[in-house]
Design a protein around this ligand. Structure first.
Ligand code: NAD
Length: 298
């Protein structure tokens, strides 16, 4: 059992806190939204009145924040917890953020003798609820070894990807590939329709052939072949278009910063960006991008 400070409590953080408590850990929880703290307290957490309060006596502090600016704010700029946390505390940032910010924050931690890992997740709210998240971690192996048992309370697959920022690097590469695959599968199924090829037949063939990928076998963007896919629930998320667009934008910043041209990544970013600006599309599941491919053909 460990004493854990947890900052950022809504979609992902809320169920992650529940799973930590179910595994017997003590959690002191904080969010700038008071109702989110109340929900965590109802699940058995202790209320913290500030981010600074979560770190008192904490063996681990976990942050699950929207973006790099929030991580910078909590660790370095506004709450400055990196400047007051005990060197005995291990810091775990599970937010999905840009690699540069992750490395900068972890550099300050290293300078102050504080152990920290970046540990972004995949698996979405469903995975957070079920405690089956995948954690992709970066940082010193000693810090990772200490954090691993805590991450196991919230996840099923836990990886050490390399040095500081490697978790974020793995996440951004994964989601770049995922977005492109989803668009590819969408185009294949739309073409099948035009060619009067039965959708189920295409799925039966392609899911055992060379185009086989998760976007087809587990998350098919057309209703029918995979009953559990969001396409069968009017594309309710799941992993939203807004989240995918955020990660694609991170991929494009990372690619540009490192002098890499990713033409399909750039096109995928453009398609998701256009789609997200129409109606309430940004809150749909990211597999709804098939609608955008349909739209540009009208
Ligand atoms: P969310 O907006 O539901 O939760 C983030 C919380 O952080 C909010 O409640 C917000 O009030 C809080 N917050 C912001 N600034 C704060 C501060 N200074 N102090 C305290 N709390 C603060 O977002 P989410 O969907 O839970 O996503 C969290 C992170 O996980 C993001 O980086 C996201 O990219 C990543 N992620 C999300 C999903 C998903 O499906 N939702 C999947 C994988 C990864």
């Amino acid at each position: 059992m460990s004493q854990i400070g947890f900052i950022g409590l809504v979609n992902m953080g809320g169920p992650m806190v529940s799973n930590l408590i179910q595994d017997g850990h003590k959690v002191k929880a904080y969010d700038i939204i008071p109702e989110a703290i109340d929900r965590a307290v109802n699940k058995g957490a202790t209320k913290a009145n500030s981010a600074e309060e979560t770190i008192i006596d904490a063996e681990f502090v976990i942050t699950m924040l929207p973006a790099g600016e929030h991580v910078r704010s909590v660790y370095l700029e506004d709450n400055k917890i990196l400047y007051s946390v005990s060197p005995k505390t291990v810091l775990i940032d599970s937010s999905t953020i840009d690699v540069i910010t992750a490395r900068q924050v972890m550099e300050v931690a290293a300078q102050r003798g504080i152990e920290m890992i970046d540990a972004p997740v995949s698996g979405g709210v469903g995975g957070a609820d079920a405690g089956t998240l995948t954690f992709m971690c970066g940082g010193k192996i000693e810090a990772y070894d200490k954090a691993e048992s805590i991450l196991k309370s919230m996840g099923k697959n836990i990886f050490h990807a390399g040095d500081a920022g490697s978790g974020q690097a793995a996440k951004v590469c994964n989601n770049l590939m995922l977005a492109i695959q989803m668009i590819g599968v969408s185009e294949g199924f739309l073409l099948a329709e035009k060619l009067d090829l039965d959708i189920q037949k295409l799925w039966d063939i392609a899911s055992t052939a060379t185009s086989k990928c998760w976007s087809m076998t587990d998350y098919c963007p057309v209703p029918g072949p995979v009953p559990t896919s969001p396409a069968n629930k009017d594309y309710s998320a799941g992993f939203t278009v807004a989240m995918m667009l955020k990660d694609l934008n991170l991929s494009q910043v990372a690619a540009k910063d490192n002098g890499l041209n990713t033409p399909l990544g750039a096109k995928a970013t453009e398609l998701y960006n256009t789609f997200s600006q129409l109606e309430n599309n940004s809150e749909l599941d990211f597999s709804a991008i098939i609608k955008q491919i349909s739209n540009i053909n009208k």
